[in-house]
Design a protein around this ligand. Structure first.
Ligand SMILES: Cc1ncc(COP(=O)(O)O)c(C=O)c1O
Length: 377
């Protein structure tokens, strides 16, 4: 999809235009926290920039300390040898899929899902086979088996999901992983929102699967640590996949810039502030609670991530026939930017971020409640 066709960019452009005309626009459209990166992380980068060791080439694999730190978040059988540092989670997805699939082969992608999963599969020349999630936003071994062909090489599951915030529970993930081993299909577990889980303990697929021989985890510091612009992520999996990814990194970018790797190391060294997750949970509850006041809107409570994903199909009408048109109207009417579900493969929904301070979120949510109530009446 060209950027100009992407509803997220269209909404962002319109929001910028309204702001330039002096309107108080609140954006709940971005897929990133509004907060800046924590000071201790920024300071670690400044210190690293002053250290001449970062002024020269480093290892293609990524800094040993960072790889060890990543491995330490996983069960003991995962070591630094199973980790490749990448330019963000998106790069890790591209490298993982490049190692696992190619032209003429298929990758199962859940729908709705973050469009980057489709883009990553296409970037390696493989074909996307969409697998619709069930009413609860989950997939199952039966749904995956129905979509599998002899060309299927991998399935991508984000846990929790963007846009729905649905979390595949540990037992279900373990079943899917076992099916993958049985069918020689790789499970690519996207855990970039894995630290933002609200009603349960967070877990990685590495901790719940019995056999990790067909498991690759992609993750990064972008979301949980408010570091989207720093571009540090990683891929974690069997050494043959890591070696293929490393060869690509070495042949293309040489390695991820050392300064940002030191920033990521600082992020992973201090535990995620319990208040951060509690704040996200409170923001989720605030937004979901407000949306529940709108007749006709159904908003499941997201188990994790940073988005509510309400079904607004009952509000669609001759005036606002699609969720995209409703989102455009909400921007004009309420000066609140949200993303329509079509970009994720679901036409009757909106994706609404709650990753901003609660005062602004309350203001935005109140505006949405009155505008959506008006749209439905
Ligand atoms: C599910 C999912 N995976 C990966 C990414 C990309 O993360 P990064 O910024 O680390 O490349 C995003 C970004 O929105 C996402 O939503």
């Amino acid at each position: 999809m060209a950027e100009s066709d992407n509803p997220i960019f269209r909404i962002a452009d319109r929001a910028a235009g309204l702001r330039a005309s002096g309107f108080d626009v609140i954006s709940l459209a971005a897929g990133e926290p509004e907060a800046p990166t924590a000071t201790h992380i920024v300071e670690a980068a400044v210190t690293a920039a002053r250290d001449p060791r970062t002024h020269h080439y480093g290892p293609a694999a990524g800094l040993a300390d960072l790889r060890e730190r990543v491995a330490a978040q996983h069960p003991d059988h995962v070591t630094a040898d199973h980790v490749q540092i990448t330019i963000g989670t998106k790069h890790a997805l591209h490298l993982a899929l490049g190692a696992l699939a190619g032209p003429g082969e298929e990758v199962l992608v859940l729908r709705p899902s973050w469009p980057g999963h489709v883009g990553a599969v296409e970037s390696v020349g493989a074909s996307v086979v969409p697998v619709l999630v069930d009413r609860d936003g989950l997939t199952s071994v039966d749904a995956l088996e129905a979509a599998r062909t002899p060309r299927t090489r991998a399935v991508v599951v984000a846990n929790p999901s963007n846009p729905s915030g649905v979390l595949h529970p540990a037992g279900l993930l373990a079943e899917i992983a076992a099916w993958c081993v049985d069918k020689d299909v790789w499970l690519v577990s996207d855990e970039v929102y894995g630290g933002l889980v609200f009603d349960a303990d967070p877990f990685s697929a590495t901790a719940v699967v019995a056999d990790s021989s067909r498991l690759v985890v992609v993750d990064g510091v972008s979301k949980v640590h408010a570091m989207t612009g720093w571009r540090v992520g990683w891929l974690l999996g069997p050494t043959e996949v890591v070696a293929a990814a490393r060869a690509q990194v070495s042949a293309t970018i040489t390695h991820v810039p050392s300064i940002t790797q030191y920033a990521a190391l600082a992020a992973l060294t201090a535990p995620v502030d319990a208040d951060t997750v509690a704040d996200y949970r409170a923001s989720r509850d605030l937004l979901v609670g407000k949306l529940a006041q709108v007749p006709g809107v159904e908003c499941p409570t997201p188990a994790g991530g940073m988005f509510a994903f309400p079904d607004v199909s009952k509000l669609l009408s001759a005036e606002h026939p699609t969720a995209a048109e409703l989102a455009a109207w909400l921007l004009d009417e309420a000066h609140v930017a949200v993303v329509s579900g079509e970009v994720f493969g679901d036409d009757g929904t909106l994706r609404i971020s709650f990753a901003l301070d609660q005062e602004r979120l309350t203001e935005a949510a109140d505006r949405l409640v009155s505008a959506l109530t008006k749209a439905g009446s």
